[in-house]
Design a protein around this ligand. Structure first.
Ligand SMILES: Nc1ncnc2c1ncn2[C@@H]1O[C@H](COP(=O)(O)OP(=O)(O)OP(=O)(O)O)[C@@H](O)[C@H]1O
Ligand SMILES: [Mg+2]
Length: 509
């Protein structure tokens, strides 16, 4: 028999919190909402990562919106991977439609309409603040993982980075990297061999081919300058609200490799730049990754390991990661095991495979006296979810079928003009949106090779001139006009272009 008092007492005490919290909604039982059993998530546990899962159209993106805008309101900045381009509404207050007000009536929770400070970011040439990183910042280890290089090839990559470091050659974009790889087995072969050991042309060829594959997915767009400073994700507006940084990734759905590359580099950069954050009352930054299966699809084992370890480590920097995906099984078990907050929307049981997935999903939730998790999973309505979180002491809260509050901001997207207006008023745009084509490895090496070619040509010309002088003085008969003609002929001859070895080496020293 369902004991209402027992239910409300257990749930309200389970979600009791002394510090700041985010109100998500109220617990339900068999379709009835119990406003006194409020589902409140302690702010201080939001660096313990989370999952928002559920079938299409069940309310995942709205849950994300609710969490993002409430974090912002509490002064926590957010970075949101907007794969579908449906998040811009966060900027404008909700119109407070009748269905929203009636939802809040059931929750007995006042509805407030408000927009959040938003910054639009972009990885490509799409409108928004450009997010870029240089090859040097990426580093040889990460780059080798992403390019799926063998240990020997990774070794070459490290040598290349070391060389560029020694010679002060900036590696900014993929053009630079390709140039130096070619150089190491062609014009710079001898020099490399002397100081760094022989580099096989077959290996650099293989690396170059992998770079081309990455480029074909559009990676050239985000390697370069000016590189994004992750501290810029931590901005607050004058009211102390955290910025919601929306990274528009609408054109990345068919390029999972690029997505995982970018995510990993971003996480690594955040990890390296942010100081440790001890026990804190709120996270420093929260990241939401919508369509998260895209990062895990097609990721190599090495890349997955890297992601798993960074998910573990980044928590201590006060950074929370939220994965949003249809099926919880899209997230690797090792990552799933580290998630503190789980918001599971309805799943659909069309096939035997679906039923198996539901059974598996149900097993990931705490056992409840009040719910048959498996049944709940298929009967939850839109904007309702099974929730389990961590309380202030880090203990799992009781499972709560929750009617979620509605977003305070608009549920639809901004119009083109509204979006343009937002982007035009961005303060970061000025900093990041002009292309800097600084002299880097590509230009420096190209100039070096050209200079060496010119030197060689000059030396050769000098040699030829001496030879001609010698012959003409020996003959004494030949006319000055003839020897001049000969010099001109030699100077323009193709044999001058390449020749005397070692000049280049001298130049590079
Ligand atoms: N918390 C909520 N309050 C009010 N309405 C909601 C809520 N959650 C969802 N809805 C309604 O359900 C619709 C679909 O929600 P949403 O876009 O979040 O689904 P989704 O799970 O992200 O779908 P998809 O997998 O297609 O991205 C919304 O447009 C809205 O009308
Ligand atoms: Mg969605």
């Amino acid at each position: 028999m369902f004991n209402k008092q027992h239910f409300t007492e257990l749930l309200s005490s389970g979600y009791q919190t002394k510090g700041e919290f985010i109100y998500l909604g109220a617990a339900m039982h068999q379709g009835e909402v119990y406003p006194e059993a409020a589902v409140k998530i302690p702010l201080k546990t939001l660096n313990r990562h989370g999952l928002i899962a559920g079938a299409t159209g069940t309310g995942k993106s709205k849950t994300l919106q609710i969490l993002a805008e409430n974090l912002s309101k509490k002064g926590v900045p957010v970075l949101l991977m907007d794969v579908k381009g449906d998040m811009s509404g966060l900027f404008k207050p909700s119109a407070g439609e009748a269905f929203i007000l009636s939802r809040h009536d059931k929750l007995n929770f006042p509805f407030e309409a408000t927009g959040s400070p938003v910054e639009i970011l972009s990885l490509s040439e799409e409108n928004g603040v450009r997010l870029r990183a240089t090859v040097t910042e990426f580093g040889p280890v990460l780059l080798s993982r992403i390019l799926e290089l063998s240990p020997a090839q990774s070794g070459i990559m490290s040598v290349i980075f070391k060389y560029c470091d020694d010679k002060h050659l900036p590696l900014l974009d993929l053009k630079d990297l390709k140039k130096i790889l070619q150089y190491s087995t062609e014009d710079g072969k001898e020099e490399f061999e002397k100081s760094y050991g022989r580099i096989s042309a077959a290996s650099t060829g293989a690396i170059l081919r992998n770079i081309v594959t990455l480029e074909q997915q559009g990676a050239y767009l985000f390697f370069g300058e000016r590189s994004f400073e992750v501290e810029d994700l931590l901005r607050k507006n004058s009211d102390g609200r955290g910025y919601i940084n929306i990274l528009r990734l609408t054109d990345i759905q068919d390029r999972p490799k690029l997505f995982s590359t970018f995510m990993l580099s971003l996480l690594a950069e955040i990890y390296n730049s942010f100081p440790e954050q001890g026990d804190s009352d709120k996270p420093r930054l929260v990241l939401f990754i919508d369509e998260a299966h895209l990062i895990f699809d097609q990721a190599s084992d090495a890349l997955l390991n890297q992601i798993e370890s960074i998910v573990k480590l980044i928590r201590s920097k006060g950074v929370g990661l939220f994965f949003v995906t249809q099926n919880p099984a899209d997230v690797p078990a090792d990552v799933l095991g580290q998630l503190g907050l789980k918001v599971q929307h309805a799943l659909r049981a069309f096939t035997a495979k679906d039923r198996k997935a539901i059974k598996l999903a149900a097993e990931n939730y705490p056992v409840s006296d009040f719910y048959d998790t498996k049944d709940e999973l298929t009967t939850l309505g839109i904007g309702e979810a099974l929730v389990t979180a961590l309380d202030e002491k880090g203990r799992p809260t009781p499972l709560a079928a929750t009617m979620l509050r509605a977003p305070m901001s608009r549920m639809d997207i901004l119009s083109e003009e509204e979006l343009q207006d937002l982007i035009d008023n961005s303060t970061l745009k000025e900093k990041y949106n002009h292309n800097i084509d600084r002299e880097s490895a590509y230009e420096i090496l190209t100039q070096k090779i050209e200079r060496a070619d010119r030197e060689r040509a000059k030396e050769k010309a000098e040699e030829e001139r001496k030879k001609i002088e010698k012959t003409s003085s020996r003959r004494r008969t030949s006319s000055a006009g003839d020897s001049q003609k000969a010099v001109i002929k030699v100077l323009t001859s193709a044999t001058f272009i390449r020749g005397v070895m070692g000049v280049l080496n001298k130049l590079l020293k």
